[in-house]
Structure formats: structure tokens, C-alpha cells
Design a protein around this ligand. Sequence first.
Ligand code: NAP
Length: 367
Amino acid sequence: MIDVGILGATGVVGQQFVRLLDKHPWFRVSWLAASERSAGKRYDELAWRLASPLPPHIGALRVAPLDAVDDAPSLLFSALDSSVAGEAEVAYASSGRLVVSNARNHRMDPLVPLLIPEVNPDHVGLLGVQRRARGGNWTTGGIVTNPNCAVIVVAMVLAALRQFRPSRVVVTTMQALSGAGYPGVPSLDAVGNVIPYIGGGEEEKIENEAVKLLGDFDGSVVRNAPFVVSAAVNRVPVPDGHTAAISIDLAAEPSIADVVAALDAFTSEPQARALPSAPPKPIIVHQAPDRPQPRLDVATGNGMPVHCGRVRPCPVLGYKLVALGHNVVRGAAGAALLNAELLVARGMTASDAQGRERDVTHTAGRP
Ligand code: NAP
């Protein structure tokens, strides 16, 4: 078992980490941190907002303040608010810890992998580049990120259709309230309403992160994918699950049946390695004309698959479909967990790196 910690353990995503890590076959949560508001309290003294029970051994842990860097284990999940994640994650990474983050702060850093294990598993190689470039304790630590919760839905679809050479993509999202964290959007703004704006550069994140995710890693840099994305985002009164209406121009001009078959057959390294959190089918294609729907589909497979439906011709771009993903699981805690599992499977954790450092030192000392 590998000891892990959670930065931002008290928030919407942090609590999902606690839930998903309970009884995980490889990871054991031994340390939690959050703001000064929560620090010093037992975790079970704080509000638990999930339907599943709080695991008692986690409830007994005392929440550490964010500056308790030296007490943290070597593998950390970050669900920190972006106002503090940037600096805090650097502090932990530069102390030799590997930070697997949900926050937006470092996603577009050219030295930081922006990773979805089904989409771009080879981009983990960028962690080695980061460690060499930053030196010091970074050589065993580092930062790895998962994308924005809406981007994951779009990127999985584009990865499945990569062979058909996407050139232009138009995305309109309908994003759940849980995407705004807790307490999130005021109820009087949200109920019975659609808000055609999400702050924090949500549209730009979809447009920019998708081309990094689908880009080529040549062993030293990631070159953005050669397509353009236009995004329009909306906040809707749905608890969990981001829906995206996607139109795509595919240069290879496949038939609709070929597009459906490619989505349905999509599989990648997490499935080949049978990583513990990998869904057997990363994309579930629905045939019913009124699916996928958040209420009916988002919890399938513990929230890890992306759902697609209504694959049909688009008179403007050629192809259009609807996609859905669980924003807090597949778009956040589950995404980071799968990233960490890939890092373990590929021998890239901080303790693996320490082992390699030791080997190099011993070898260098030999005659
Ligand atoms: P949240 O519910 O607001 O939780 C934020 C967490 O950050 C809490 O644990 C909070 O601790 C901690 N925090 C806030 N200010 C702090 C400070 N000054 N010092 C130390 N800790 C502080 O937000 P969330 O929805 O879980 O999102 C967490 C991160 O994941 C964000 O960066 C967000 O952008 C990203 N993300 C969220 C989603 C989603 O669907 N919700 C999806 C993808 C990515 P206290 O409880 O002690 O205040």
C-alpha cells in the first residue's frame, strides 16, 4: 500500500477523493490538509456531504494546515481552490512530493503533463522532463494535472475519433452545479434557470486544454493538436454531470456508422493495464434518441465512463453528438486517481524516482 494525502480534502472534489480512495487496492489515505478554517479539527467534525458513509478511519484523521509540507506523504492528490493551489502545489513538489492535481493553475505549463490516461498516456514522459529541468527535490517530486471537468468529456470523444482527423470542433456545454464547488452557485440564481457564463476562463480552458491533450509529445515538448475548438458554456440546475453538444468536422469523412463504431470500440492503456479505477469501456454509446441524461446515466460505472449518444450528421460541420461525463468523478477526483494509477504502473511515483536516484548514486560511486 502507498500512503497518500489529500490537499483540499474538505471540498466537493476532496470528499470524492476520500470516497474513491476508501478500500483502494494500492493507496491508503493517511494525511489530509485544508484551509485554516478546517485545520486542527478531526475530519469527522467537519460537514460530510456525500450519500455514502464517511469511512471511520478517515474521520479520525486530524486536518493539517496547508503549510505542513514536511508532514505530508510522498504522493498527494490536490483538490485545492485555485486561489491557493498554484503556490501550494509548487511548495509540495519542490519538497520531493508528487502532486496529482485537479486545479487549473499548472495545466498549461509546458513542463507539466496535462493527462487523461485514455487520451495521452505517453504525456507522462513530460514528468521526467520537468524533473530534469527543475532539479533539486523536483527530481523525485513534481506536478501532474488532469484537465477541466468539461474538457475531459470532449477530449475522450476526440481521442476516439482521432483517426478521422478532427479539424474544427464546436462545443456547447450544460454544466452541473457541483462544478462550482461548495457552496457554489446561489440557489436563487440556479433554480429554474440557465446561466450562459462560467467564470475563471471556462471557455478558454476547453479551447486550449483540448489541443494540449490531443497534442504530440516528442520526448521533450508537447506540440498542440492541429484542430480548433470553439466553446460556449452554460451552468444548468443539474447536481452532477456535464453534458456537451459537440459538432465536429472530420477530414477523413467517415460514415456515421464508422463514427459510432470508433466511439464504441475506443479503449486505451488503462484498460490494457486493468488499472483499478479504469472503466472497462471508457465510452458508452447510447442508441436511445433521448440519452445520455445526467439523472439516468452519470453514476454508471462509478462515474468513470463518458457517455455518447445522438450521433448524427451535422449540416455545418459534418458530424454532431451529445456527450456526458461525471464532472466530480471522471472530471476531477476519478481523473486524478486514474492518473496516479498510471504513474504507479509506469514507475513514475516519488518513491520510484528516489529508487532511481539511489541507483544512480550507487552506480556513480562504483569503480
Ligand atoms: P471547493 O468545494 O470550494 O473546495 C475547495 C478546497 O480548497 C477546500 O478543501 C478548502 O478548504 C480548500 N481551500 C480553500 N481556500 C484555501 C486556503 N486559503 N488554504 C488552504 N485550503 C483552502 O472546490 P472543489 O469543487 O472541490 O474544487 C477543488 C479544485 O478542483 C478547484 O481547483 C477546482 O477548480 C477543481 N475542479 C473542480 C471540479 C468540480 O467539478 N467541482 C472539477 C474539476 C476541477 P476549507 O474547506 O477548509 O475551506
